[in-house]
Design a protein. Structure first.
Length: 95
């Protein structure tokens, strides 16, 4: 079931995520966004976190350190996205 948000709800949701990230003392070296749903949240969080590296999974991630990232998607269902990122990182470490 889809949930619709206005801009106020969107901002509130991003601030909730930001506060959780800060409470965990997590400081990612990059934010990786899954198009399309993760892009808007990722961009807003990059501003709140003052993160300089923001990437899309549509970009080549081969030349980037994926050890300390924040991966953003709008849904989590079957794990294919996170497994794909994990496989890329494992491959890079071998080569």
């Amino acid at each position: 079931m889809k949930e619709y948000m206005d801009w106020g709800d969107f901002e509130d949701g991003c601030k909730v995520l930001y506060n959780k990230i800060k409470q965990d003392n997590y400081s990612p070296n990059a934010i990786i966004c899954v198009p399309r749903g993760g892009l808007m949240v990722g961009i807003r969080l990059s501003h709140l976190l003052n993160a300089k590296n923001i990437l899309s999974t549509n970009q080549s991630l081969n030349n980037f350190n994926l050890d300390n990232i924040l991966l953003i998607d709008d849904i989590a269902d079957d794990g294919k996205t996170i497994n794909g990122i994990h496989k890329i990182n494992k491959y890079k470490k071998k080569n």
